[in-house]
Design a protein around this ligand. Sequence first.
Ligand code: KG4
Ligand code: ZN
Length: 343
Amino acid sequence: MTILGIETSCDETGIALYDGQHGLLAHQLHSQVDTHAVYGGVVPELASRDHIQRVVPLVGEALAEAGLTRNDLSGIAYTRGPGLAGALLVGASVARSLGWALDCPVLGVHHMEAHLLAPMLEPTPPAFPFLALLVSGGHTLLVQVAGIGRYEVLGESVDDAAGEAFDKTAKLLGLPYPGGPQLERLAAEGDPARFQFPRPMTDRPGLDFSFSGLKTAVVNTVREASSDDATRAAIARAFQDAVVDTLAIKIRRALRQTGVGTVVVAGGVGANGVLRERLRDVAAAEGARVAYPRLAFCTDNGAMIAYSGYCRLQAGQRDPETVDVRPRWPMDELRAPRPAAGA
Ligand code: KG4
Ligand code: ZN
């Protein structure tokens, strides 16, 4: 079964082909960073317009990379949500149109499910059950995963997502969009002893997160401190240390609470090198293993969409023939793959 995956939920057009026998056959990505950089953040209308221009050519390139034609496709998966409505509609419309033209099944997949399954594309994939820490621009979720579609959300952010906190802090420090990777670079040069920020919600039981107070602490420090390079780097360092510490404390707590032996870390913030190293140490100290997707599949990509679509389509799940998106789609609404009636 060869599945085409289409990701258009935000500012990356990702297209990939996944095959049940041969694994990932091709993946193509177009990043809209240059389009949005001048505005300091994603402009939804521009995102949709750019996706429209990129999707079809990228599908052609992915097929060429795999040495296949459209007629070799056995199914199509697209990101149904969560994400920007207009951007999602581009992927949904192209996927549905191709599905009608080729007479093959089309399935809308959940972007965060796709993130958490991304490590399955690596040479030593994690086995169920595992804990998943999903840290992206829009979400911070700690999920217990018993199998595909069998998710229990153990904790989530009550305000800003971790990636959002990175992006906002980067902006305050005068760094260009997208802020996360830029802030990581600046933090590497910062004096860790100069500033100390809170580790929100770590002093009470539970697995929820909050990052808006941390952002306020940064705002106040930026206002009071000088704006030389060494100070900016020290603030970046103190912020990153606070986020990494907070996530590490919650992961340790979740490992002890559940007794699960594997943690998957996925989503854009999972590309952060300091976080990756720290969580590896925390897991090792608890006798657990951390599984990461390769860096390119931490941030948004088509491969994870093709893979999740494959898992559900090969289990017989089918969607009604509509162009359907869910800009807001709580993860606990997901269920294990269900074959369509009569399938
Ligand atoms: O998963 P993703 O590509 O898109 C969403 O689904 O949101 O995540 C994007 C987020 C952005 O907030 C970005 O700043 C953050 O991930 N990010 C990072 C790093 N690379 C990307 N945050 C911290 N350190 C990084 N190296
Ligand atoms: Zn994402």
